[in-house]
Design a protein around this ligand. Structure first.
Ligand SMILES: C[S@@+](CC[C@H](N)C(=O)[O-])C[C@H]1O[C@@H](n2cnc3c(N)ncnc32)[C@H](O)[C@@H]1O
Length: 201
């Protein structure tokens, strides 16, 4: 039988290292909203290995059903049906969550969408809850590798609104939304896992 599940080699490469960090950040029970789920490989790996959590996949309305084949094959009790969520929406129709996760989305979204993602995450999290954001990022406007620079050029050729984001810019929109960068973990292949936490004033 042909395996028709969508497949991302990058997800296979990074899912275990991301899991090891998520296990410590999301150590309590609750529902984690995943933004921009994509194929569903991350959702299945994290829900399988973090059974104390309920995983809530979501993606842009044009893409949210992409993960269905992985989800239905895994048939896990702790993954909800994927939600259609465009981060730019004013009012996110999501269940009560106690954390959020997103991988490889900030460089795909336009900057207003990145801002909207931080705003929406912040409005749906409570004090001290965390948002984990994985992907490639710049520091002080500098690429961390030649391959990230090439990737950025490639993205901008497809759509000038895409591109690798600068940590300082993300810190600024985090701060505007009560999210403080608590940890910045180095990950393989010139990626980072940024852990943002809701802070009180
Ligand atoms: C490069 S893919 C990453 C998918 C998956 N997280 C991964 O790591 O393989 C970028 C994802 O961002 C989603 N996305 C782009 N714009 C979005 C938006 N405005 N709201 C929600 N998701 C969006 C896309 O649909 C896609 O699933």
């Amino acid at each position: 039988m042909t395996d028709e599940k969508p497949y991302s080699q990058a997800c296979e490469n990074n899912k275990q290292v991301i899991l090891e960090k998520l296990a410590t950040v999301f150590s309590g029970s609750g529902t984690i909203l995943e933004i921009g789920t994509g194929t569903g490989q991350h959702a299945v790996h994290f829900a399988t290995n973090l059974p104390h959590l309920t995983w809530q996949p979501s993606d842009h309305p044009s893409n949210y059903q992409l993960c269905e084949p992985w989800l239905s094959e895994a048939n896990l009790p702790n993954i909800n049906e994927p939600l259609a969520l465009n981060v730019i929406a004013d009012d996110w129709q999501v269940p009560t969550i106690s954390g959020a996760f997103s991988a490889n989305t900030a460089h795909i979204m336009s900057w207003p969408e990145v801002e909207a993602m931080f705003r929406g995450v912040s409005s749906n999290l409570q004090l001290h809850e965390a948002f984990c954001l994985y992907g490639p990022f710049n520091y002080n406007g500098q690429f961390t590798s030649a391959s990230n620079r090439q990737f950025d050029t490639h993205l901008k050729q497809q759509n000038p609104k895409m591109g690798i984001r600068d940590i300082d810019e993300l810190k600024r929109i985090g701060s505007d939304n009560g999210l403080v960068l608590e940890s910045d973990f180095e990950m393989p292949a010139n990626n980072r896992l940024l852990v943002w936490r809701v802070h009180g004033t």
